[in-house]
Design a protein around this ligand. Structure first.
Ligand code: ATP
Ligand code: NMN
Length: 180
């Protein structure tokens, strides 16, 4: 059986990895959809699709499941998004997500959806990881080692700090409109 799990993975963190480990016990093969693939260099989506493919491919390499990373660009039309996903991905039997819109769209299209518990969500959240990167606080402990290595290799910390401005209030402000 082949599963499909989509996320923006900005970056891929230990919550995603726990979910992938659970999924790996249920399927033989797993497609990792790299969502919002056209977005990069914004505070909410700092990393390119190619950089995120490196992160997930290296992080899952020791798992006992065949994985494929497939970039999926966003569409303006939610009603045809599942067809778009299916047109880009190897065929899959079940979709995994905790995102209400994603669950709704797959369910309406007749695709089985499975959810997982949220793991340590207080800190295992992309928003938290990115905030810590900007503020030079410990983010490495929230991501697989392989992901931290990719972030350093691509100069990711310098990038996210350069593209994110703070107004001094302590809140992370965004310089650019975010379409994701
Ligand atoms: N800690 C977690 N435990 C389980 N599932 C998670 C966790 N964090 C995210 N997910 C799920 O993984 C999928 C992809 O999430 P996504 O890439 O948007 O990460 P996120 O941490 O929610 O990021 P952001 O804060 O950037 O929106 C979604 O279905 C999301 O609900
Ligand atoms: N109409 C669309 O393009 C559409 C609809 C639903 C989800 N998505 C994408 O799927 C991904 C879902 O991942 P998250 O659970 O990380 O939000 C995101 O990249 C989101 O933009 C896109």
């Amino acid at each position: 059986m082949r599963g499909f799990y989509i996320g923006r993975f900005q970056p891929y963190h230990n919550g995603h990895h726990r979910m992938v480990q659970e999924i790996a016990s249920e399927v033989d093969e797993l497609v990792l959809g790299i969502g919002s693939a056209g977005d990069s260099h914004t505070p909410r989506n700092p990393f390119t699709a190619g950089e995120r493919i490196m992160m997930v491919t290296k992080a899952v390499s020791d798992l006992d499941v065949t994985t494929y990373a497939v970039p999926i660009e966003d569409l303006d039309r939610n009603s045809v998004w599942v067809s778009h996903v299916q047109s880009m991905s190897p065929a899959f039997d079940v979709a995994y997500s905790n995102n209400p819109l994603v669950i709704q769209l797959f369910t309406e299209a007749g695709v089985e959806v499975r959810q997982s518990p949220m793991f340590n969500r207080e800190v295992l959240e992309g928003t938290e990881v990115r905030a810590r990167m900007v503020e030079d606080r410990d983010w490495e402990s929230l991501v697989p080692d392989e992901v931290a290595e990719v972030v350093y290799e691509i100069g990711g910390i310098e990038r996210i700090q350069n593209i994110t401005a703070s107004d001094g209030s302590g809140d992370v402000a965004e310089n650019h409109p975010d379409t994701a």
